[in-house]
Structures are given as C-alpha cells and as structure tokens.
Design a protein around this ligand. Sequence first.
Ligand code: LMR
Length: 334
Amino acid sequence: MRFPVKSILAGALLAFGATFAQAQTVIKFSHVVAQDTPKGKAAEFFAKKAEELTKGKVKVEVYANSALYKDKEEMEALQLGSVQMLAPSLAKFGPLGVKEFEVFDLPFIFDNRDELHKITTGPVGEKLMKKLQTRGITGLAFWDNGFKDFSANKPLHSVADYKGLKYRIQSSKVLEEEIRALGGIPQVIAFGETYQALQTGVVDATENPPSNFYTQKMHEVQKHVSLTKHGYLGYAVIVNKKFWDGLPGDVRGQLEDAMRQATAYANQIAQDENDRAMEAVKASGKTTIYTPTAEERAALKKALVPVHEKMSGRIGKEIIQDVYKATGFDPKKL
Ligand code: LMR
C-alpha cells in the first residue's frame, strides 16, 4: 500500500505537535486582585520569567480578579489540583488550619517594611512555610503589598468613631478580634464581593492597603479614608506540593529562579504602587483622606494591641515572641 508523501508529512507533524504539547507544563496561577497591583504585576512578571527560563517548557496562565475562583474556593482548588499556584493574603491561611500565619495580622506588629522583612526572609518565615507541607502545599515566597488604612462613610478620627460600624474583613480571627476591640461588627466577605457589599450597605467600612482600595474602586463607595497604617497585608506564594514535587528537577530549579526574581520585583514595586494608588484616590476627589494626629494613632494602638495577648492562644505564644524578638516590638511600650 502506498501513502501519499503529503499525508505522511502531515502525520509526522501532528505527532511532533502532540509530543511538543505534552512536553509543555501549564501552571494555572489564580488570584483575586486587579492586574494593576503589586501582586497582579508580580504574577505577570513570574509568568514571563518562567517561560523564558524554562525555554517554553512551562507556560504560566495568570487568572486575575477572581476570574477563576474567589478567596475560599481558590484554596480548595489548589489542594484539589485544579490550579497549581496561588498567592493568597497571609490573612487567609486560618481556614487551612495554619493559624500561625495570622501573626501577620496582629495590629501594629510591624512599624515598617524592614521589620516585616526580618520575618519574611528570616527563620520565622521559613518555619511558617514548612507548616504548609502537611496540607499538601509548598510555600515558595512571601510577596509584599502594604500597610492597611481604615475607610468608612464617616470620618474616622478618634477611637470612638470606629464604634458600631459593620466592617468587611478577610477570613482571619485576628482581624475579627481587631474589629471587636474597636466596638465594630466584623463580617467576612470575599474580596471580589467587597465593592458591592459596601455599595449596598451590607457593610459600612473596611481596611485595605491603598493599591487594593483604589483598583477595586472602593473610593466610589467610601467617603473617608484614615491613614492609620495599623496593620499589614501581604502574600505567600504557594503551589500544590504533589505537582511541584513531580516536576523535573531542572525545571523546578528554573522556576525557583523565576520566583526569586519575581519576589525581588514584587517587593521593589509594592511601596510605589501603594503610593501611586493613594495619589489616584486623592485625585479622584471622591474620598476625603485624613492623617490621624500622633495622639489619635497612639490611642488606636492602645485600643488594638491587647488583641495580641487575646489571640496568643490561637496563633501560639512562641511565634509571637519570635516576631517580637526579631522586630523589637514591645507590647508594653505603647
Ligand atoms: C483582601 O481580601 O482584602 C485581600 O486579601 C485581597 C488580596 O489578595 O490582596
């Protein structure tokens, strides 16, 4: 039997194409924020670097803005292997049973990024990441975002102003306690549903770093922001452990290199992105931005630092002490 040369060639090409397609590994990287944020930009950066360093063996598909999954679902999807990579906020690891991550949510625990980096790049950060292994997750890096400000539809100056409001929070028990310490009512709402919850009055107030506040257009539905910088919001980049361990060693090494570069990039742009976002909120003219006086901020700190002691049973005394030691935080010095 004779085969026409053309069809033999076409068959060979098809077979080659199939082999090539099989050889390419796809990493689905899902997240909940806008592309134009520190996390959104760092995820895109990682995708580009990963493809470049693996010479196309790995393709990273980034799904921003809760396009694939919202907060809770994305954690489940990662464990099931429906997505391979996430970068959830550190306030969202409690539901996984890794409550120690909530140490990052303790109000006023970091005065600045240098103190934060002592944890994220030091032994405490390493210890936290190791805890994820038992959940079928490998922690790859910590990415910065920024310090949070409170917002509402009324001015927030004195501690008394915070009382009685309903606050959208992330799924962290520490944040729940933080709001209760102010006499507020906390409500856990997915990030992607926050704008609507504020717009429809399901909640009155919230807390965010400026980059998240601006890119979700919360300035359209919150008349007042108080630059409290009372707590930190950042990320852990995580992968499905089984997937990660199953990669060829050389490819994993190249991806680790891409992640190192993306982490440096994320941490380098985070402050600027937040500064730019706050400028944009200002320029919108829709939200009044208030800088608390030193006395007002000290009073807020005094009201919120007792949350550390109250939550030490949940987070673990030892890890809180480790952070205090590394950063020099003294709860008695208010
Ligand atoms: C939030 O839910 O407010 C943040 O965790 C969103 C994010 O990923 O920055």
